[in-house]
Design a binder for this molecule. Structure first.
Ligand code: PEP
Length: 252
């Protein structure tokens, strides 16, 4: 196993009101306090304030689930990277498959958001992953290479240090279907090789690549034992403090 420090990030999606967010984080904070990995909770915009307050002084970092690419302007309903940064938010999930599927995100907009997040001093968690039929057509690597190239277009080697990649096969998200550890390792290894071609091997070796897709307290150990799986992006299981804490423990 290489020396990359694991990162376990929860992606709450559209779950938890502010009072529910407070209660969940009050349970998560003590449960992960001895973690030997980075722990992040990515929460809905309206929960950010209470999440930052509740995790203050703890080892739990806070992320948002998206941001716009403009600094400000006529974009009703949107949130800028600068707004998040000023609040004290550290991470932001970008290009999640649900954003791509339901809200028209493209690699071009993911790239614009990534550049804006980096410029504001946020750390993007950039999500990539193939659809089921793309895997069945045996074009997983083409799809992933394309996403990595386009999403990271014009991202410098220096900026790459602040980026986390999440490999999330779309067929495994919220479906209860997990990629096998070997499938996850195969694609995470391919992602690292793609980054090595675009940057350098040393740059690629330093990038944290998470697996996401129905990771839970039962399968985290095996997935995280793989050389190129450096952590997890956790949906459903991040909403239950004990399950999330068990995954954090598996990564520590
Ligand atoms: C996700 O949405 O990033 C995710 C991996 O969800 P789940 O763990 O619920 O499959």
């Amino acid at each position: 196993k290489t020396k990359r420090k694991a990162i376990i990030a929860g992606n709450w999606k559209m779950n938890k009101t502010p009072s529910e967010a407070k209660a969940l984080l009050e349970a998560v904070v003590p449960a992960v306090k001895d973690a030997d990995c980075e722990v992040i909770a990515c929460v809905p915009f309206v929960d950010l304030s209470v999440a930052l307050e509740t995790t203050k002084g703890s080892n739990v970092k806070i992320g948002a689930e998206n941001c716009h690419w403009a600094e400000s302007g006529a974009f009703t309903g949107e949130i800028s990277a600068l707004m998040l940064k000023e609040m004290g938010v550290e991470y932001v999930v970008l290009g999640h498959s649900e954003r791509r599927q339901y809200f028209g995100e493209t690699d071009e907009t993911v790239n614009k958001r990534t550049k804006a997040a980096l410029a504001a001093g946020l750390k993007p968690i950039v999500c990539v992953g193939e659809l089921l039929w793309e895997r069945e057509c045996d074009i997983t690597e083409e799809v992933i290479a394309r996403q990595i190239k386009l999403d990271l277009f014009n991202v410098t080697a220096e900026e790459l240090k602040n980026i986390v990649i999440a490999y999330e096969p779309v067929w495994a998200i919220g479906t209860g279907k997990t990629a096998t550890a070997d499938q996850a390792e195969e694609v995470c290894t391919f992602i690292r090789a793609t980054i090595a071609k675009l940057y350098s091997q040393a740059d690629a070796d330093a990038v944290t690549i998470q697996y996401g897709g129905s990771m839970n307290d039962g399968n985290a150990d095996e997935l995280l034992s793989k050389t190129n799986v450096d952590g997890g992006l956790i949906g459903g299981a991040s909403l239950v403090a004990e399950k999330f804490a068990a995954i954090v423990k598996a990564a520590s």
